[in-house]
Design a protein around this ligand. Structure first.
Ligand code: KG4
Ligand code: ZN
Length: 340
């Protein structure tokens, strides 16, 4: 196996401008994340045009800082990796164009990385001993995928959401109960003061598809509950609504994950994506895995939300398999996992 493969990774698929230097896929020398959250909060969600403009303004500085914090220069690099999908097309194009320009100017090979593959690979950084096969639940603002990771770069999607992503549902419910954007961390926080059994919200099911998810019905159930309570003039306990909704989402996510562990007889399970930092989800998954005698993996919150270190981790396994991208690499907003 190649030794000390040093990769500069760039991530700009949504509202974080990020760059990182990663050695051998698991050792992070720097992980610079410039979040635009303050700006998008003013609009209640990510505004793609503003995100693109901010990426353009910040990307050079973020890359320079990632190299300098790592104590590396371009001459130390074996590859430049960049997220090329899925995500917002404008933001993705900024990262892809930057990476192509740097690769062209320096002659360093270019590797396009799938954003979800990045989220999954954050686990390789957090757990140096983790190797496929394992089951991974990727839950973020844009995605909810239950994935069988057969090998490095070899994925089988067992289930996906038919409507909202788990994080999206958190964000929408948070907005309705007046917690603001981004809602996930806020629901997580107020839920600690609420009773998760106070209100029974339905556990979203998808007919004929055991592993798929549906969160829009759960979100509508919360809205109906709020409307009915307001019409009747009843007092609404925000912590109880938040905790009960969170419990419903966690229940669905954990049960799907446990079925997969059983069906595929796997003894390793990993969480990934922004929602993986949810404290109730982590605790419930950990307990579920303990009962199944499966090892539980979950990256620290800084590696769960969007970052470039995870892109560098995924790129390493592409690099050692000889995967390289050409200068025709383009942003692919709806890139499917396992596609090139
Ligand atoms: O992975 P990520 O940073 O971006 C995407 O690729 O989508 O995930 C962001 C999502 C947001 O929807 C945010 O509300 C959610 O992750 N999130 C959480 C928590 N922290 C972030 N959801 C629930 N609980 C949290 N603690
Ligand atoms: Zn993400």
């Amino acid at each position: 196996m190649a030794e000390n493969v040093t990769i500069l990774a760039i991530e700009s698929s949504c509202d974080e401008t990020a760059a990182s230097v990663v050695v051998n896929g698991r050792e992070v020398l720097s992980n610079v994340i410039s979040s635009q959250i303050d700006i998008h909060t003013l609009y209640g969600g990510v505004v793609p045009e503003i995100a693109s403009r901010k990426h353009t303004e910040r990307i050079n500085q973020v890359i320079r800082q990632a190299l300098s914090e790592a104590g590396r220069t371009f001459s130390d690099l074996d590859a430049i990796a960049v997220t090329y999908g899925p995500g917002l097309v404008g933001p993705l194009l900024i990262g892809v164009s930057e990476a192509k320009a740097l690769s062209f100017a320096t002659g360093i090979p270019l590797i396009g990385v799938h954003h979800i593959e990045g989220h999954i690979s954050a686990n390789y950084i957090a757990a140096k001993d983790l190797e496929p096969p394992f089951v991974c639940l990727v839950v973020s603002g844009g995605h909810t995928h239950l994935v069988l990771v057969r090998d490095y770069g070899e994925y089988e999607i067992l289930g996906r959401t038919h409507d909202d992503a788990a994080g999206e549902a958190f964000d929408k419910v948070a907005r309705e109960i007046g917690l603001g954007y981004p809602g996930g961390p806020k629901i997580d926080r107020v839920s600690k003061e609420g009773n998760p059994q106070a209100i029974h919200f339905p556990r979203g099911k998808v007919d004929g598809s055991r592993y798929d998810f549906s969160f829009s019905g759960m979100k509508s159930a919360v809205l109906n509950y709020l409307n009915t309570a307001r019409m009747k003039g009843e007092e609404i306990s925000v912590p109880d609504v938040a905790a009960s909704f969170q419990a419903a989402v966690v229940d669905v996510l954990v049960s799907h994950a446990m079925w997969a562990i059983d069906e595929f007889h796997l003894d390793k399970f990993a969480l990934a994506g922004g929602v993986a930092s949810n404290s109730a989800l982590r605790a419930a998954m950990e307990e579920g895995c303990r009962q199944k005698k499966a090892a539980f993996y979950c990256p620290p919150p800084i590696l769960c939300t969007d970052n470039a270190a995870m892109i560098g981790a995924a790129a390493y396994y592409d690099y050692i398999r000889g995967v390289r991208s050409g200068f025709d690499l383009n942003a692919v907003p709806n890139l499917k996992l396992g596609e090139r």
